[in-house]
Design a protein around this ligand. Structure first.
Ligand SMILES: [Zn+2]
Length: 428
């Protein structure tokens, strides 16, 4: 296929996908933890308003930005796809925010046309994309690679998904001869801080199932995610001026560091685990000598093992703090999301349809569990079965983030084909 596209459809969609993507990534939509309102940051509303205008321009109905920063819109079924009754409403979801874990302001995307192999050097901060460290890049010879400029994330997570859904529904709206069920589109805020599903109105959305476009390499179809909790330890010591501290000071920061040091490091960490193994991962230590807070995320695919990891963390913290009788420990465990598999496998035609759409695009589906969560993890638990599809983006949450235009176009084409599959699927 000339231009390394998976199909003529993908090639036709590519310019629109790229134009939209380059526009969206320039808008700073980085979310912020411990939000006090939804969305957590005003930049997400800037993108939301752009998307509302573009959905209306594409001809979608009932386009709205709700009070919590969720964009929704409807592309009604056409004659070719409406023979299935009103129950056939399919959702398409992507998140508007970018990760707080890497700089997200002032993204200046670069399109490196026709990748010829070797290291891609970005203009700022000596950032490089080295295929020796990124095996996926080796597979993209000939592709147009989109990156940031080296000092920010790119935002393919998840603006690649947003651009792909936009391009696909605009294409379907402009081509009424292509069969489609009713498609409900939603762009969500604050996924990266684990809140994307919190205020998602499933009854109003009214879909039987949905798909997030929030995966990575071409072909990925994910219906299994981590189960996830966040644990926050608060250590209280005794703060005394260091000049008069002899025998009195109890340093909370020192105890916090001891807790982290006492945890397993050769196993049960993100950097030493793979596949279906879980982990305990400290993400932040803050505080003073008087009071320190340590945040952890704990992950596993198995809910029982997840509980064991949490118990290990809690026991370790209590043992360390118990050695200093004047110190106090508070443990706060918060469930974030659960493995979606059990909820999605109850309705097998949802992943079957996605597999069929991926194959129709000439791609072999890749079925492997995602070592993370998506909006779909919680939506599935809340009653909207929502597996995850690839977007063509890589190295998320880093200044090395990149995406293949050809693979982004393939994802948009898969959405168009998914509409066709569901138009045949009926009410079953
Ligand atoms: Zn994402």
């Amino acid at each position: 296929m000339p231009g390394f596209y998976t199909s003529q459809l993908a090639e036709a969609l590519a310019p629109d996908v790229l134009n939209r993507f380059l526009r969206y990534v320039r808008i700073d939509t980085q979310s912020r933890r411990d939000r006090v309102s939804s969305p957590s940051t005003p930049g997400q509303l800037d993108l939301a308003r752009v998307l509302v205008a573009e959905l209306e321009e594409a001809g979608l109905h009932d386009v709205r930005l709700d009070d919590n920063g969720y964009v929704i819109g409807t592309l009604p079924a056409n004659e070719n796809g409406s023979g299935n009754g009103n129950g056939n409403v399919i959702g398409l979801i992507a998140h508007m925010d970018t990760s707080p874990d890497a700089p997200g302001q002032g993204v200046e995307p670069i399109v490196h046309q026709g990748y010829t192999g070797g290291v891609i050097e970005l203009p700022r901060e000596g950032t490089v994309l080295d295929p020796a460290a990124m095996p996926e890049l080796v597979d993209k010879l000939g592709h147009d690679i989109v990156t940031g400029s080296g000092d920010t994330l790119l935002g393919a997570d998840d603006k690649a998904g947003v651009a792909e859904i936009m391009a696909a529904v605009a294409h379907l709206a402009a081509h009424p001869e292509l069969p489609r069920p009713t498609l409900r589109v939603s762009f969500t805020p604050d996924e990266e801080i684990g809140e994307g599903a919190t205020l998602f109105d499933i009854p109003r959305f009214g879909a039987r199932c949905a798909y997030t476009l929030d995966g990575s390499d071409i072909g990925e179809l994910q219906d299994e995610t981590f189960s996830a909790v966040e644990v926050v330890l608060t250590v209280r010591g005794v703060e005394v001026h260091p000049g008069w501290a002899t025998g009195k000071l109890v340093n909370a920061l020192r105890l916090a560091a001891q807790i982290v040091a006492a945890l397993p490091s050769a196993t049960l960490t993100p950097e030493t685990s793979a596949g279906r193994e879980g982990f305990i991962h400290p993400t932040e230590i803050t505080g003073t000598a008087g009071k320190a807070e340590v945040r952890f995320i704990v992950r596993d695919f198995d809910d029982d093992l997840l509980e064991r990891h949490v118990a290990l963390l809690e026991d370790t913290a209590r043992r360390v703090v118990a050695a200093e009788s004047r110190a106090r420990l508070d443990v706060n465990v918060r469930e974030q999301y659960r493995n979606m598999r059990r909820f999605v496998s109850a309705v097998p035609n949802v992943t079957d349809a996605a597999e069929a759409a991926i194959r129709a695009e000439g791609i072999e589906p890749i079925r492997k569990p995602i070592r993370g969560g998506t909006d779909g993890s919680r939506l599935s638990e809340m009653g909207l079965p929502t597996p995850n599809l690839f977007t063509g983006g890589h190295e998320y949450h880093s200044v090395r983030e990149w995406a293949s235009l050809q693979d982004m176009a393939a994802a948009a084409a898969v959405v168009v084909r998914l509409a066709e599959v569901w138009s045949r699927n009926g009410d079953g």
